[in-house]
Every structure is written in C-alpha cells, then in structure tokens.
Design a protein. Structure first.
Lengths: 250, 250
C-alpha cells in the first residue's frame, strides 16, 4: 500500500509547496487523527487545504486518537506506548482499505521535526500485517516560519543552532547552548531564565494564521507581554502553539 | 523600496510554496548574485523557477559577486567584510532603480539557515542611502529535504538537534552533541570520526535535483561510498552541495 506523508506547513493553506500539492492529488484516502473538539479550527484549516488544492471531494477517514498519558512517570516510555496505540488504530483502518488505494497523511509543519507520523507509520509497517511503501514530502517547519516572521537568521556567523523542547531546555543551556530554538513548550520554560539579564527572545504563536502573535526583545522585558499574548490567543481559539528563539546577547 | 526575500527550496522548481509563488509574482526586478561560470546549472535552475511560476519575463539584474577570501586568518571578520562588499554592490544597483519598484531575491533553501541574504539586505538598509522595507518568505531547507529523502525524524523522542557547520563540528561533538545536522561542509569533516565505531550517517548531495545522491548507514562502513558519490557529482556538475545527519548509535 502506497502512503504519502505530506508536510503542509503551518496553518496558512498556501504555505504548502507545489510539489506537496501534486502529492496530495495522488491520494485516494486521507487519514487524519481525530483529537476531539479541542482543536476545532485546526481541523477546519486541514479541510481548507484540501478544498483549495485537491479537486473533487477526497475521502477523509477520521481515526480516533488514543488517550495520552500527560503526566507519565517515564516520558520516553509513555511516548512509545502512545505511538503504539496510535499505530494499532491506523493499522485497523488500513486493513479495511483496498491495497491499491493511495493513502495520505497531512502533517503540520515538517514531518522531520517533533512529529510522530513517520514513527507511527514505521510502527504499522513493522507489525507486518499491511504491506507499506511510504515516502515523505518536506514542509515549512514552525522553526522556518518563526525565523521568517522575525526576519531572523537562525545561525550566528559560522555558529551552531540547537533545536530543543521546553522539557530539555534548561539541560541544554547547562551544556552550553546559547542559540536555541524551543518547540513544544506548553509551559513557557524560558520564564526560569528571567532575571539573568543575558537572553534575548524572539517569540511567535499560531504562526502563519490570522491570529499570529510576535514578540521580540530582551527576555526580562518581554516575558510579561508574551504571557499575556499567549493567554489571549488561547482564550480566543482554545489552543495556542508557540515557538521561540532564545539567544544570549552578544 | 519594497524588497521580498523569498525562499525557493532546494533545486526542484516545484519545491516552492504557493505563498512564495504569489510573492514572486509581486516582484518587478529580481537581483541575483552573479557567481561566474562555476555554478552554471544553479543559474539555470533559478531561471526555470521564474519561467515556471512567474508569467511574462520579469527583469533580472545580475550583480557581480565580490571576491571572497577563502583562507582567511579570521573567519568571522572575513565573512563580515564579504557581506559588506556584497551590500555595497547591491546598494549601487538599488540606487539606480525607481523607488517604487518591488525588488525580489530568490534564496536557495530557507533564508534563515546559513544564508547571507538577510544580513546583506540589513546592511544595505543600515547604510541609510536606500529606504528599505523587506520581508521574508520561508522555504524548504536542505535540512528538511535531507530528512524527507531519508524518511528521518531529526529529533530523538524529546531530544535536541544541533545544526552546525563542518568547521564547528568537532567542537560541538566535544561539547556533547550526539544528534547533529552538518551543513556547509566542503571537506567532509566527519572523516575525522571514522574508526570510532559509534556514529551513523545519513548523507545527501544535490538534494531535490535529478542528481540527488543518498547514502545511509554506519559511518565507518559508508564513508568510502560517500567520498566516491561526492567526487562523481562534482565531476559531473562542477559543484556539489551536501548535507548530513550524524548521530550516535543507540
């Protein structure tokens, strides 16, 4: 069974490559994770991508997303268990399809960055019950969107960039990172660094959508504005996705 | 003067977002760096992007690229001097244009990653002789292309990614990096790590073009194949652009 994993960028329906559009048009059936009502306008954004770029009305199957342990004692194991439950849910749907259909997954951002779709599809393949041949089409990541919105070059001249998560941020700073992109940080972990006087932040939420918010400047001076913007977006839309660059002042 | 910096992805003319295409169509004059005859098919790839996506024949001005010191005693200073020379060359061209024209720069990959265009345009703005208002449209980076070609997730679960250059690679490994994307490495610095037995590599050259080459596996076993593929591509096209992921085996 042919499966296309297609990166569709970050929210705006036109932030998708011409190549990715061609890929979507080869798909017979789209599988999408049904995360319940909490992400209503994300589901609508996905529908808009299909309406705008794929002629006809492609078949879309909602696959209920398994419950996830949000306070696990072991983060790595909990993620693996959840990938497994998700893989079983997809396997069930794929087994009901004709082996000749082409299946597609729309992946927000870039499938290579902090997204589980590749791992889950590999898991299904490894079960051995469905003969899977998949490919990946890259998308614009939230990292690229954040940088573009702030007109930033992410690297300093010749220097490295660390991309990490809120969970690992303080550890990575302890190891010497001073030019960092932080993703998946529901807790705004950079608050722990307020008062040190050494960090600048370039923050963005709901990038690429009509509700995009941007704040940029010294962390100590900006943190209040960021907290307020974050709360506002969440109150208005039910969800907020934010990403930020932290770098020491040079 | 309005300037659009537009990321156009990595070589295939359709690896550009629908949004970026719309931006290109707003442009009256494209400025492109004339790097001489050494990169003939890159210039052709750029022309193909315009032919395919921009109706009519937009005006293109070739700006001679200043000489660059390839063996500087101080890398950072040499890069800054070169940015300065480049900025002066662009300033000269911009001063000759009507202030109402919309200027465009096509940027390979993503303008946020190891590309000088943003810095150079800021430099021109800071000269104060041209009133510049610029924006940035993100593109698919070679990092995303490499990952997609190998169907890789760049992060390990919850873990960080270090993006760095060949020049800084050994330093970053010394600081603890074990999951690394290496760019701008004309010397295949990973050869220094052969024999340690701990690294896997996922390597790609001329990604997204018809001449794409991919090699993946244990570094010790793959390095010979990578060296040969690299030499072949260079002999055939006069240039090779490669990127790779290095990670310790887990």
């Amino acid at each position: 069974m042919k499966i296309h994993l297609v990166g569709v960028g970050g929210g705006h329906p036109d932030q998708i490559t011409v190549q990715a559009v061609a890929r979507l048009r080869e798909v017979d059936v789209f599988l999408v994770a049904d995360k319940g009502s909490s992400v209503g306008d994300l589901a609508e954004a996905r529908a808009e991508i299909l309406r705008r770029h794929v002629p006809g009305s492609p078949r879309v199957i909602q696959v209920p997303d398994p419950e996830r342990d949000r306070r696990p004692s072991d983060y790595g194991t909990a993620v693996v268990d959840w990938h497994d439950a998700r893989a079983r849910a997809y396997e069930k749907v794929l087994l009901d399809l004709d082996p000749d259909v082409v299946v597609g997954f729309l992946v927000w951002g870039d499938p290579a960055l902090y997204d589980s779709t590749i791992r889950v599809v590999e898991r299904v393949r490894d079960f051995g019950t469905v003969d899977i041949d998949f490919d990946v089409t890259p998308g614009i990541s939230s990292v690229s969107m954040l940088a573009a919105a702030h007109r930033l070059v992410l690297n300093r001249i010749g220097g490295p960039i660390v991309i990490t998560t809120g969970r690992a941020l303080l550890h990575d700073i302890g190891a010497g990172a001073d030019n960092i992109v932080v993703m998946l940080d529901g807790k705004l972990t950079c608050r722990e660094l307020v008062g040190t006087g050494t960090w600048d932040i370039h923050w963005g939420a709901n990038l690429g959508t009509d509700d995009e918010r941007l704040v940029s400047g010294p962390l100590d001076a900006c943190i209040g504005e960021i907290e307020r913007a974050r709360a506002d977006v969440k109150a208005e839309h039910g969800w907020v996705m934010d990403t930020y660059v932290l770098r020491t002042r040079v």
